[in-house]
Design a protein. Structure first.
Length: 217
């Protein structure tokens, strides 16, 4: 449980900071959207996630990921340290609550790129923590059609036809959960997707519960 009467930090814009959670089916373009959004908003930072996989060449602990062994990761799961966690292809990944709250309390907007299950776990935590609830903004990015998603997955050249078929099947299950998110972006061009997300975030900064009046004399 968080502080029942939190006093949110203020971001550089004078508003209380946001925890922006973006989900999308594999291949919908959320990684590019997140990268360009971070580049466009100097006061926004990504939450560094924990993983049990080995570091790849050039990756640094505490910069790219927090690299944990399986035992340490499990202890953190049991202690309830994660806002969300999952195991993918034998490796575990998770977002620490302390990582997110630390950055929010420093006045930074925080961006999280997670799947729909991760977003659901974060929403559940936010219902029990007023600080997270005040900060949370959830966005679902979806392709305009399954055929376009299939073309995008094939263009990446990363997966076999069997894996692509599986990703498309999972995508159908994820897309039906779009109504659980605050906002929906139907993907078009990268530039337009970024523009729409910027519009959402700009509007959220002006929301009554987040904005601040000037100190009138």
């Amino acid at each position: 449980m968080g502080n029942p009467n939190p006093t949110p930090a203020k971001s550089a814009s004078g508003t209380s900071p946001m925890l922006v959670v973006i989900s999308a089916p594999s291949g919908a373009g959320k990684t590019t959207l997140c990268e360009q959004t971070l580049a466009a908003r100097p006061n926004m930072t990504r939450a560094i996630t924990c993983t049990t996989r080995d570091p790849r060449e050039g990756e640094k602990d505490g910069v790219d990921y927090y690299f944990l062994d399986a035992g340490d990761f499990l202890k953190r799961v049991q202690a309830g340290n994660f806002l969300e966690h999952a195991t993918v292809y034998g490796n575990s990944y998770g977002t620490l609550k302390s990582e997110v709250l630390g950055k929010l309390r420093s006045g930074k907007d925080v961006l999280l790129n997670v799947d729909v299950q991760g977003a659901a776990a974060i929403r559940a935590h936010a219902e029990e923590d007023p600080e997270l609830k005040t900060a949370l903004v959830t966005v679902f990015l979806t392709p305009p059609s399954m055929s376009i998603l299939e073309v995008r997955l094939k263009k990446r050249g990363q997966d076999s036809p069997q894996i692509i078929a599986k990703r498309l099947s999972v995508a159908k299950q994820e897309i039906v959960q779009w109504k659980n998110f605050d906002y929906l972006i139907v993907s078009s061009s990268i530039a337009e997707d970024v523009r729409r997300l910027q519009a959402i975030l700009d509007a959220e900064q002006m929301r009554q519960g987040r904005a601040q009046l000037p100190a009138y004399e």
